[in-house]
Design a protein around this ligand. Structure first.
Ligand SMILES: Nc1nc2c(c(=O)[nH]1)N[C@H]1C(S)=C(S)[C@@H](COP(=O)(O)O)O[C@H]1N2
Ligand SMILES: [Mo]
Length: 321
């Protein structure tokens, strides 16, 4: 793709030769000031924002907030690294519907995650549509602390609140022949401006095998850090698959569909040689653009070794033997 900064040589005017030395110095001074101003603006736009502003931007007024003192499931803790600070997680997100930059929190003002419904459909005996309030009433919410590893080599440790995807599938009763689960997210370009770029295969969608979806670790999150999900983290309901690269954990779900064929997925459709369907965290298989050996912790910027299955081999290694 031709980039604006790749100017052909013939279009670059030799500015200095057009001006006297004195005029050149004056312009250079102004240019320097403009550059410094521009750099300041750039820093503010992409890295600025107080913690309070970052956390306030994505807040929703879920009527179910009272549920979010959910009980901790002590089975799912992380002892080898510190929990990521909430504001550090909330200021550095991937959510392409809103932005291709990390400061998604600046672009979520128009997003309306309430009211919201999630449809459970496809090869199931009991298809059902859940209003988000019904959803949090229908399942027992719990808190789980999970590692998260993005394919871009950044990582975090966060306390999710939600329930096992297996519980939802059990209620839906997958039929004989069911092999995969497809996750589809919302399609509202008026609320999520980056969706106006129709060169992406919207809506964002992902998939798991049915066996993966039934694994105890696969989680449907409706909250994080003791309250409903912030918009930038996928309010009001998202998937969390901690042994796979982050792109599998689709945000702001509207449909969960049981299928008999492997569903197409968003990133795999865009760049199949970079993002495969399975996408298990594996330090031995480098991505074409990122070594997967190490990961950078959000906030502290500490570098850590990446672990096979993101450290969850005990739960999932048997799925792949
Ligand atoms: N709908 C949707 N879900 C998505 C994405 C996205 O762009 N859109 N990005 C994914 C990627 S690449 C990652 S790493 C995680 C990031 O989750 P977080 O921003 O809440 O930390 O969300 C995933 N889920
Ligand atoms: Mo990611």
């Amino acid at each position: 793709m031709s980039q604006p900064w790749n100017l052909p040589e013939r279009e670059v005017t030799p500015e200095a030769t057009l001006r006297s030395r004195r005029a050149w110095l004056k312009w250079a001074g102004l240019g320097g000031a403009a550059l410094a101003g521009g750099a300041g603006w750039f820093w503010w736009r992409f890295f600025g924002g107080s913690d309070a502003a970052v956390l306030a931007s994505g807040k929703t007024t879920a009527p179910t907030s009272k549920f979010y003192a959910a009980e901790k499931n002590s089975k799912f803790q992380v002892s080898d690294r510190r929990m990521t600070e909430e504001a550090e997680a909330a200021r550095y997100c991937n959510f392409y519907e809103f932005s291709s930059f990390k400061n998604v929190w600046r672009d979520v003002a128009d997003f309306k995650p309430l009211p919201w419904a999630v449809e459970v459909t496809g090869l199931v005996a009991k298809p059902r549509q859940y209003d988000i309030d019904e959803l949090v009433h229908a399942f027992t919410l719990e808190e789980r602390i999970y590692r998260h590893r993005c394919v871009e080599a950044w990582a975090m440790v966060v306390p999710w609140i939600g329930f096992p995807l297996a519980d939802l599938l059990r209620k839906a009763e997958p039929l004989a022949g069911a092999k995969f689960v497809r996750f589809v997210t919302f399609d509202r370009p008026k609320e999520a401006g980056h969706m106006l770029d129709r060169s992406y295969p919207w809506p964002y969608n992902e998939g798991l095998t049915l066996a993966e979806a039934k694994n105890e670790l696969a989680f449907i999150a409706t909250g994080m850090y003791g309250h409903p999900l912030l918009k930038q983290h996928g309010a009001p309901v998202r998937l969390v698959v901690p042994w796979k690269y982050g792109f599998k954990s689709a945000k702001s779900l509207v449909r969960i569909e049981v299928t008999n064929t492997q569903p197409a997925t968003f990133w795999n459709t865009l760049a199949p040689h970079e993002y495969d369907f399975e996408a298990n965290v594996n330090p031995d298989i480098p991505h074409p653009r990122w070594s997967q050996r190490y990961e950078r912790m959000l906030g502290s910027q500490e570098m850590r070794d990446t672990k096979i299955y993101n450290g969850y081999g005990e739960w999932v290694a048997n799925l792949y033997s």
